[in-house]
Design a protein around this ligand. Structure first.
Ligand SMILES: [Zn+2]
Length: 239
């Protein structure tokens, strides 16, 4: 006996995580990729986990194509080792990791990321926290001039894990940026900022939306294309 897929809430297959939509009387399986790049699975009441996993597997390449179309943060999975010499990017530059006794948390000092062997044991989480904390300080200064240029005032910014999304908006004056974005060069982070700021006034990617982006950032198309290439090399702890 397998448990109903609907009791799970979400289901992960490889690095793809789907929210399971509430049960209805539907008879078929369906996957959708939402505007914000979140993944939703709809399934009949009796669908087994095995059947759902097989279905998702068969749709994998379609899902990745859809995510790419939505400017999502998606690429080949990147796994980091928390050992001397491993590379981590910050603001478009690469820094080697050095494991050192007596370091509190994660430090970026004298051209190296530094952490103790104890911190390295939970390295993924420690690094993620570093990007969140450092990123929030950096972004709060970075967002303001763009917000002013785009006629938005008092915009708050938070750094968090957003799955496959580089950014999202909350209400009319709040943007979220994925911590992994901080690995990009500042010119590409600026594009993510402008992309989200424009969403504060226009939810969808309409012509009016892109016109607002272009007014703020004339060369946004080039940056958007660069983000697609650079984004595939970003470490996001997926999977
Ligand atoms: Zn968008």
């Amino acid at each position: 006996m397998s448990t109903s897929i609907h009791t799970l809430g979400s289901i992960a297959v490889g690095d793809l995580v789907f929210t399971v939509a509430p049960m209805t009387d539907r008879k078929t399986l369906e996957i959708t990729v939402d505007r914000d790049a979140s993944l939703v699975l709809r399934a009949p009441a009796e669908a087994s986990r095995e059947r759902v996993e097989r279905f998702i597997q068969s749709k994998r390449s379609w899902v990745y194509r859809k995510l790419a179309e939505k400017d999502a943060l998606v690429g080949p999975p990147i796994v980091k080792q928390f050992v001397d010499g491993e590379g981590f990017a910050y603001l478009g530059r690469n820094y080697r990791l050095k494991i050192e006794d007596g370091i509190d948390g994660v430090r970026l000092e004298r051209g190296r990321f530094r952490m103790s062997p104890e911190t390295a044991a939970g390295g993924d989480e420690a690094m993620r926290r570093w990007y969140v904390r450092t990123g929030e300080q950096w972004l709060s200064r970075r967002v303001e001039p763009w917000a002013n240029r785009m006629g938005a005032t008092g915009v708050g910014v938070a750094v968090r894990d957003l799955g496959y999304r580089w950014g999202s908006t909350k209400g009319e004056s709040y943007i979220n940026i994925h911590w992994a974005t901080l690995q990009l060069a500042p010119s590409l982070i600026d594009y993510v900022i402008v992309h989200e700021l424009a969403h504060l006034k226009e939810l969808n990617h309409t012509d009016r939306y892109w016109a607002a982006v272009e007014r703020a950032m004339l060369d946004y198309e080039r940056r958007r294309a660069d983000l697609l290439t650079a984004g595939a090399r970003v470490w996001a702890c997926h999977g």
